[in-house]
Structures are given as C-alpha cells and as structure tokens.
Design a binder for this molecule. Structure first.
Ligand SMILES: [Mn+2]
Length: 258
C-alpha cells in the first residue's frame, strides 16, 4: 500500500467519534495524519482528545495544526484565566473535562498546545491551515498569524466564486497545489461530507454540531467518516442545542454535486 496522508476535521471534544474514525481508517505506521485543529470545545471529552492525540504520535506520523478553540484553551492552561469569548463558545465544556486531570498531565497538554502549527506546507506545495489566510503573497507573508485560525474570507470568497460559476477561485488559492481547511462546518452549505471547491477542501463536517467527523485521504480523495458525533453523546448538546439535527441527519452521507 502506498503511504497514505489523511486530513482530519475539527474534533471538538468528540473522542469516541475520533476513535471510531481511526478504527475505520485502519491506521498504519506509514500513514501521516494531519489534524486541522479545534480539538476542544463541544462534547465532554476535550481533555481526553488531547491525551489520545499525544499517544497517537507513537502509532504514526502526526501533524497538529492550531484552531481558534485550541488557542483559547492554550491561553487558559497557561494563565488559569478563561477568556470571556471562549466561555461563550463552548469553553465551559473543556474546563469541565479538565476537572480530574492532574498537573503532570496538564503540563504535557500545555506542551502539546504550544507546539501546534499555525500552518503546514508539504513538499508538494499543499497548504494545510485551520481557517485560512488573506495575504496575496501566501502564508509566509500573513499580516496577522491569528488569521490562520480565525479567517473565514478564504472559504466564503471561494464559495462566492463557485456560485458565480467562476473559472477560478480567489487568486491566493493559486499559490498552492491544494489547500485544506476546517473551521466552517460544511453543514452550513448543506453537506455532511468534505466539500471541494477548485483546489480548496473543507474537511470540517460539523462534528461539534450535528455532523460526523471526517478524514480525507489526499491522494485518492477517499473519505472516511464516523457516525454522527452527537449519537455518541446522547445527553449532551455539543456546540449548539441541535436545532439543525433533523434536516442534516435526513441527508446523511449524500454528496453534493461539485
Ligand atoms: Mn475553528
């Protein structure tokens, strides 16, 4: 089997779904896993997700990107002070998940968060970044590193180009062979599977809300998915009250026309 590289979407505390997904993938030591970020906030196992990811590094090659939720959690673990905006965005579930976590483990987690990458460019000029970037000259010229985990313009502009049937996406996409992001659930555009537009892939299939967790193998474009993550946590609401649950589950695994 050729070496495989998987991009894995936003996990948001859904450890049970992550374990199921990796079981379906059948991880080999020769595999590379690129995690797109947002490991925490949502389901009740955020701290457990981080401990699991730390262990996973001994099974295969792992690359961990930084999501906006991870940046909040990192700051809280470093200072003990949670940002108000974090608490409004699911931080409370993460803080709860750390209640029984002893200091020596927290120390390892701080190290994990510190070492997260804001972006990764592989040796074939593929870009992996949690949210996006705005610089016309590429990620190494980005005016504010927070854009890497907060930007929504790259995804929104790409969808606008697609809606207008443009031959190309935003010019900055052309700087890379392909670009992989998470951050904005594909559920928002009616899809429960990773969405490709031009050379941009969005692999956040809304695991924190009412979607599954997804892995995309970048050479074959094969998609692997967990079950709907909320099914693993029947007494929880995840990142919202599940208001979208009915219509989304109805169209489970239906791939939108490209
Ligand atoms: Mn995000």
């Amino acid at each position: 089997m050729l070496p495989r590289t998987f991009v894995i979407g936003d996990i948001h505390g859904g450890l049970l779904a992550l374990k199921q997904l990796l079981h379906k993938v059948g991880i080999q030591p020769s595999d590379t896993l690129i995690f797109i970020g947002d490991y925490v906030d949502g389901w009740s196992q955020s701290a457990g997700v981080i401990s699991y990811l730390l262990q996973l590094r001994s099974s295969c090659h792992c690359i961990f990107l930084r999501g906006n939720h991870d940046a909040y959690c990192e700051q809280w673990l470093e200072t003990g002070i949670p940002e108000a905006n974090w608490l409004k965005n699911g931080g409370g579930t993460t803080i709860n998940s750390y209640q029984q976590v002893p200091e020596d483990i927290r120390h390892l987690h701080r190290q994990f968060f510190r070492e997260l990458l804001n972006f990764y460019v592989d040796n074939e000029n593929r870009l992996f970044v949690h949210a996006g970037f705005i610089s016309k000259s590429g990620v190494r010229h980005e005016p504010d590193y927070k854009n890497f985990y907060w930007d929504r313009t790259l995804w929104q502009q790409t969808l606008q180009h697609k809606a207008a049937k443009g031959e190309q996406g935003p010019a900055r996409l052309g700087l890379y062979k392909s670009v992989y992001i998470g951050h904005t659930p594909t559920l928002n555009s009616g899809s429960t599977v990773p969405v490709q537009a031009y050379n941009l892939w969005n692999v956040d299939t809304g695991a924190g809300y009412t979607g599954p967790l997804s892995a995309l193998e970048i050479h074959t474009e094969a998609v692997y998915q967990s079950d709907i993550v909320r099914w693993f946590y029947p007494n929880e609401t995840g990142r919202n009250g599940g208001a979208q649950a009915a219509p989304i589950i109805h169209q489970l695994f239906k791939r939108l026309p490209q």
